[in-house]
Design a protein around this ligand. Structure first.
Ligand code: NDP
Ligand code: DXP
Ligand code: MN
Length: 382
């Protein structure tokens, strides 16, 4: 039995991870859960999986939860509690499904504890990829991608000579506004932006998909996961999200991974790798699908992707700033404070004000992250 902890268990990836685990309880024991504020759902999960330790964000929520959980489950809270679930639950495998750079410290705690990582939380690598990958390497632990594109690339690289890789080709759906011009983005609403054409996901990543910041975060995530330079990463728009990504080799062969858009497939693969087991996802019917389409990426239409490439090439703290500014801007858009097009403006302006620090230590990362958030809060105030 492999002992697993799920950080962000009440979210989109977290609930799908528990769905996958619930079908394989002969292989996995859920020993730890961590969530933000959804006490009701967390309580149901505790009753189903009976973990040893559970963390929730606030002390008040923890007290409420403690009154209702069966004895044998320890309730902790806050960042300390989250790190305790990540590093001291006895988990051999930790699924990092938190949203935002809040996932960084707990991912590092899990690595220090020697647990392998199923990584959905891309912001962690964008914020401090060099530190996360270095510590994982030192501890000899595996970071297995959960993000659909990276899972696809991971599978396309399987058993191949890495020196023969020409480039990675990430696919992008184009998000909720893929058929609109930039002029048509004026005045779009939060509800419209949250309508992803192919995936049902948490609010933050859905907005990131609409701005194409998600693909930017994923380009940086790919740089760290696969130790590849930015000149060897390309993005192509593929509206159907059937091809999850591709790898082109020097002999011109392109290997792709395909499937219906269902995150339970990459989540399950990250858990069972290198084994494959039967999935509840519906099989891909290529005849019914009929056609697949591709469009070139337009960096003027999607400036967030251009900014992500620029930040990635600048290196050091630039990607920390890109991520932090984006997180604040998306949160302000979701709360109705700023317009959709202000998101890219905030990222660009905060990056412009930043002098990049190369190879930053963790302490510097935290300082720059906080600085970028403060700057991003001040811009576009009415
Ligand atoms: N959803 C998807 O299909 C995909 C997501 N990803 C990536 O996976 C990550 C998770 O995304 P997604 O599942 O959509 O996000 P959600 O918003 O659906 O879930 C986020 C999770 O984080 C928890 N959380 C929030 N704040 C805190 C806190 N302070 N302490 C502890 N837990 C907290 C939430 O708890 P609560 O709800 O209880 O407040 C929830 O469980 C992101 O990095 C995203 O980019 C990647 C590929 C696909
Ligand atoms: C399912 C998943 O991995 C998301 O990150 C997805 O990539 C979003 O789709 P687009 O960013 O391509 O719109
Ligand atoms: Mn993705």
């Amino acid at each position: 039995m492999k002992k697993v902890a799920v950080l962000g268990s009440t979210g989109s990836i977290g609930t799908q991870t528990l769905d996958v685990l619930s079908r394989a309880l002969d292989r996995y024991e859920v020993v730890g859960l961590a969530a933000g504020s959804n006490v009701e759902l967390l309580l149901t999960q505790i009753q189903q999986f009976k973990p040893r330790i559970v963390s929730i964000a606030s002390k008040e929520a923890a007290e409420k939860l403690a009154l209702q959980v069966p004895s044998g489950t320890k309730i902790v809270y806050g960042e300390e509690g989250l790190n305790e679930v990540a590093g001291q639950s006895g988990a051999q495998y930790v699924v990092c499904a938190l949203v935002g750079s809040l996932g960084l410290t707990s991912t590092l705690a899990a690595i220090e504890a020697g647990a392998d990582i199923g990584l959905a939380n891309k912001e962690t690598l964008v914020t401090a990829g060099h530190i996360v990958m270095k510590r994982a390497k030192e501890k000899g632990i595996a970071i297995i991608p959960v993000d659909s594109e990276h899972s696809a690339i991971f599978q396309c690289l399987n058993g191949e000579d890495r020196k023969a890789v020409k480039r990675l080709l990430l696919t992008a759906s184009g998000g909720s506004f893929r058929d609109r011009t930039r002029e048509e983005l004026q005045g779009v609403t939060v509800a419209q932006a949250l309508q992803h054409p192919n995936w049902s996901m948490g609010a933050k990543v859905t907005i990131d998909s609409a701005t194409m910041a998600n693909k930017g975060l994923e380009v940086i995530e790919a740089r760290w996961l696969f130790d590849i330079d930015y000149d060897s990463i390309d993005v192509v728009i593929h509206p159907e999200s059937i091809i999850h990504s591709m790898v082109e080799y020097v002999d011109t062969s392109v290997i792709a991974q395909l499937g219906n858009p269902d995150m339970r497939v990459p989540i399950q693969y990250a858990l069972t790798y290198p084994e494959r087991i039967v999935s509840p996802a519906s099989p891909l019917d290529l005849i019914k699908q009929g056609t697949l389409h591709f469009r070139p990426m337009d960096f003027e239409r999607y400036p967030c992707l251009r900014l992500a490439f620029e930040a990635g090439r600048s290196g050091g703290t630039a990607t920390t700033v890109f991520n932090a500014a984006n997180e604040v801007a998306v949160s302000r858009f979701l709360s109705g404070e700023i317009a959709f097009l202000a998101i890219e403006g905030i990222i660009e302006q905060v990056l412009t004000r930043h002098s990049v620090i190369p190879s930053p230590e963790l302490e510097t990362i935290h300082q720059i992250d906080a600085w970028a958030r403060a700057e991003a809060q001040l811009l576009y105030r009415a």
